[in-house]
Design a protein around this ligand. Structure first.
Ligand code: BMA
Length: 822
């Protein structure tokens, strides 16, 4: 197998206008226009609206390349395109070699007849998808949920749905060669597919390989497989012959199992499969494999039907968030940015992400990183919030090929936990008959109950398929049933219910629920001019896509907090509010385990700078929620359920570890000025993988005497002399607490080059104390912490760009709840 990569420097020309511009492949048109300084930053103010012409235009990517004469001696020469976005016609030396209409597919075209030895030219012409969508939608409007700024009818093309706008994303209709492109030449044989299945039995693991081999020559072709760990081979096997299809079995001695984050290690074995003819190497495939079983377990139980993931026989509580494409200009995503975001998910104690169906089947490096980090992936197929033209046989053929390509590409990953048909179609987009708002169940079933589960069962029989998120198996009209299936709980936020509503829900698995916040001031400064910096300006509302979202943030904020006195403090306080909402929900649901066995909040990340449900902003900054998620997703969680009316507080320890834990629980009750009222220590025996009610504090007498507004209850869980979880209870809304002015001793020191330790010693209780460095970006070991007198907290700060101690001192700001309104 000879391979010639065609990645690298290309040119791009707008049809009917302009000179060619330099272009990068893989890439896309927005990235190229930005690099050539033809367009301004599409995320600044409302530039997005003035750049819509890019998606309306047609673009031609072209380059020259040299083909060695020997390459053309091969019997077959293919042009392999791993991603064309979207309506593409490919020409080599003026001859059309193929066309494409599905961004999610891998295309291979016969290039041999068009190629010549030496200098060649390739052109990829991208037609605009927008006229196609408009025309088809005019003939037959496709029901779907579209916000006012979004393009209707996006379901007519197989292209990243959120390109056409979403309730957190801009309208940026891209095109381009978005994944690798290369020439492949071979004469004898090619390894076209390697399917790895794992047989786990009595502590041993056998890898069963199913190989597909295209053999062109009448040769004796054999396949050899080697599996190694940390560079040491642990098993090999060889076939007698490999024609068409072949099987190989590798028994792994003393297998080291792969576990999700916090449940164990993530050892990854390297598998190499080679194709040989008389000792000559013809083709090689490498894959990295984590040994584990990972299933969705559904069985009848006392509440209805379970919905829990089971790894290596151990049911575990899934903790995580929903993932959306991490940049509206996808071409800018680098392995480093993926690592940064996924590393943040792991650092926040997550063990699962849902790749939501309105984006893309992610890049290989995304799943590689999830394998390494122990982040399980709930993988939607790319269908979301719209009806789809499944009555069209061509459409069905296209999505079948797309599903096969992606299942084959991703199924070897240890992290992959579930295939899911779509996002939210069953939640109101399907009815008995097609009409303006619905598709028919008959047509729905063709794709989500037949085609996709068939592909998954045939190509990936060891993984479960779930038709829709959310879905209720016994009655799909009854979505969000508390006794079975998964749920999207949006009564808080979209339904404007108070946070307390979460505590009325005990669903089996919460795959979506969320609350919005603004990004931090520096991120907002990046997309606004000074005159925009008020949350009601046109530009701030432009960077808010959920209907009347900023109003909702303020409505909830004033229910809990005082009116902040500045724009900046409004932004920060919105983050605290968001974190509180998610904490309220997740702590409750973790206490309700094993009835409920998962929480994936909406959403981890952003694709541009915007007010949204994300816990990490577009630039990778952790919002308050991300720090709070690290606490409420801690495998050992100390949480409390307060009842101000009866004056009781239930203290719970949720242990998600595979080992029982012995600990001490310390609690202290103080007045808001810090005067001690009562305290205690409780011994804790927390069995593995369970929630334990440790005790119920009876505080009625104190509440009666001092009043709900004058009391704070702090607590911590200590194991082996280390504080592993902390928490706080207030008995009144924080806005009604008479907190005194901020009074804190701040000391800092340089720990290493440009690493600083800041110790905060509060003289009066301080709620949600946080550090910031103005215009300097940094990573904080913790932030938004509650401080009590006599309990100093040290935070390590790592600025992204090196700073001196002097600069650090100048930039350091320390805030807490009272400074938002004083
Ligand atoms: C959902 C998601 C997204 C959406 C989010 C917030 O239900 O599936 O479509 O962005 O809610 O509204």
């Amino acid at each position: 197998m000879e391979k010639l990569s065609l990645n690298g420097a290309w040119e791009v020309t707008q049809v009917g206008g302009g000179a060619p511009l330099p272009a990068s492949v893989p890439g896309n048109i927005h990235a190229d226009l930005l690099a050539a300084s033809i367009i301004p930053d599409p995320f600044y103010r409302d530039n997005e609206d003035h750049l819509r012409w890019i998606g309306e235009a047609e673009w031609v990517y072209s380059r020259r390349f040299e083909v060695p004469a020997a390459m053309l001696d091969h019997q077959r020469v293919l042009l392999r395109c791993e991603g064309l976005d979207t309506l593409a016609t490919v020409t080599i030396n003026g001859q059309v070699v193929g066309s494409a209409d599905n961004m999610f597919r891998t295309w291979e075209f016969d290039a041999k007849p068009a190629l010549v030895p030496g200098d060649n030219t390739i052109e990829v012409h991208f037609a605009s998808v927008l006229p196609v969508i408009r025309e088809r939608n005019a003939q037959r409007p496709m029901p779907g949920w579209n916000g006012p700024k979004e393009v209707s009818g996006r379901a007519w093309v197989r292209k990243e749905p959120c390109n056409f706008g979403w309730d957190w994303g801009p309208v940026m209709v891209t095109c381009g060669i978005w994944r690798d492109i290369s020439l492949l030449a071979f004469s004898e044989a090619r390894l076209t597919d390697v399917h790895i299945r794992q047989q786990h039995e009595d502590g041993s693991v056998v890898l069963a390989l199913g190989l597909k081999v295209t053999v062109l020559a009448d040769e004796d072709v054999v396949a050899r497989a080697t599996v190694s760990l940390d560079g040491e081979p642990v098993a090999t096997a060889e076939t007698v012959q490999a024609h068409g299809s072949a099987a190989l079995f590798l028994k792994i001695p003393e297998p080291k199992l792969w576990w999700p984050n916090n449940l164990g290690e993530q050892p990854l074995y390297d598998l190499t499969v080679e194709l040989l003819a008389r000792g000559r190497l013809l083709d090689t495939v490498h894959k990295r494999v984590g040994l584990r079983t990972l299933r969705l377990d559904r069985h009848p139980d006392q509440w209805g039907e379970s919905f829990q993931f089971v790894v290596n026989g151990v049911p575990f509580f899934a903790k995580g968030a929903n993932w959306i494409p991490a940049d509206a200009v996808l071409a800018r995503m680098t392995p480093e940015r993926y690592r940064e975001l996924l590393g943040s998910a792991r650092d926040a104690n997550m063990n699962m992400l849902r790749v939501w169906g309105g984006g893309i089947y992610e890049a290989d490096c995304f799943y590689d990183l999830c394998d390494e980090l122990g982040l399980c992936v709930w993988q939607d197929f790319m269908f979301a919030c719209s009806a789809y033209p499944t009555f069209d046989l061509e459409f069905l053929a296209s999505v079948k090929a797309e599903a096969e390509d992606n299942v084959r590409r991703l199924r070897h990953h240890a992290c992959l936990a579930l295939w899911c048909g779509n996002n939210e179609l069953e939640q109101g987009l399907v009815a008995d008959q097609w009409d303006n708002w619905h598709m028919s169940w008959e047509d729905y079933d063709k794709l989500f109950e037949s085609l996709l589960p068939d592909v998954a069962a045939r190509l990936d029989p060891d993984r479960d398929y779930w038709p829709c998120s959310p879905h209720t198996p016994s009655n799909r009209l009854d979505f969000n049933n508390p006794n079975e299936g998964d749920a999207h709980l949006w009564n808080v936020w979209h339904g404007r219910q108070p946070f307390e509503w979460y505590r009325t829900c005990e669903h089996r698995f919460n795959s979506e629920f969320g609350f919005q916040s603004f990004p931090e001031p520096q991120t907002v400064y990046g997309f606004t001019a000074p005159q925009d910096r008020n949350i009601t300006t046109y530009i701030m509302e432009h960077h808010q896509r959920s209907s009347i979202g900023n109003d909702a943030i303020m409505q909830y904020m004033l229910s809990w907090f005082r009116l902040p006195t500045s724009f900046e403090m409004t932004l920060w306080l919105s983050q605290i509010l968001q974190g509180m909402a998610m904490k309220y929900a997740v702590e409750h649901w973790r206490r309700a385990m094993p009835r409920g066995m998962g929480t994936l909040y909406w959403q981890l990340n952003d694709c541009w700078p915007v007010a949204s449900w994300a816990s990490i902003d577009f630039h990778g900054n952790w919002k308050a929620l991300q720090y709070m998620a690290r606490r409420f997703y801690n495998p050992l969680l100390l949480s409390a359920l307060e009842d101000p009316t009866s004056g009781t507080v239930q203290l719970h320890v949720t242990n998600d570890l595979r080992q029982p834990v012995t600990a001490d629980l310390n609690w202290w009750l103080t007045r808001v000025d810090g005067t001690p009222v009562a305290d205690g220590t409780l011994p804790v025996q927390a069995p593995a993988l369970a929630n334990t009610l440790v005790d119920t504090l009876q505080l009625a007498a104190h509440l009666e005497k001092l009043g709900a507004r004058d009391l704070l209850l702090g607590m911590e869980l200590v194991t082996n002399g280390e504080v592993v979880s902390t928490n706080l209870v207030t008995f009144a809304r924080p806005k009604h607490l008479e907190l005194e002015g901020q009074s804190v001793r701040i000391s800092y020191s340089e720990q290493g080059e440009s690493v600083f330790a800041v110790t905060l010693e509060a003289l009066k209780p301080m709620l949600w104390a946080w550090l910031e460095l103005g215009e300097h970006q940094a990573r904080y070991s913790d932030n938004f912490v509650h401080l009590f007198p006599g309990r100093p907290v040290t935070i390590t700060v790592r600025p992204t760009e090196p700073m001196t101690l002097d600069q650090f001192e100048q930039a350091l700001g320390v805030h807490s709840l009272v400074t938002t309104y004083s």
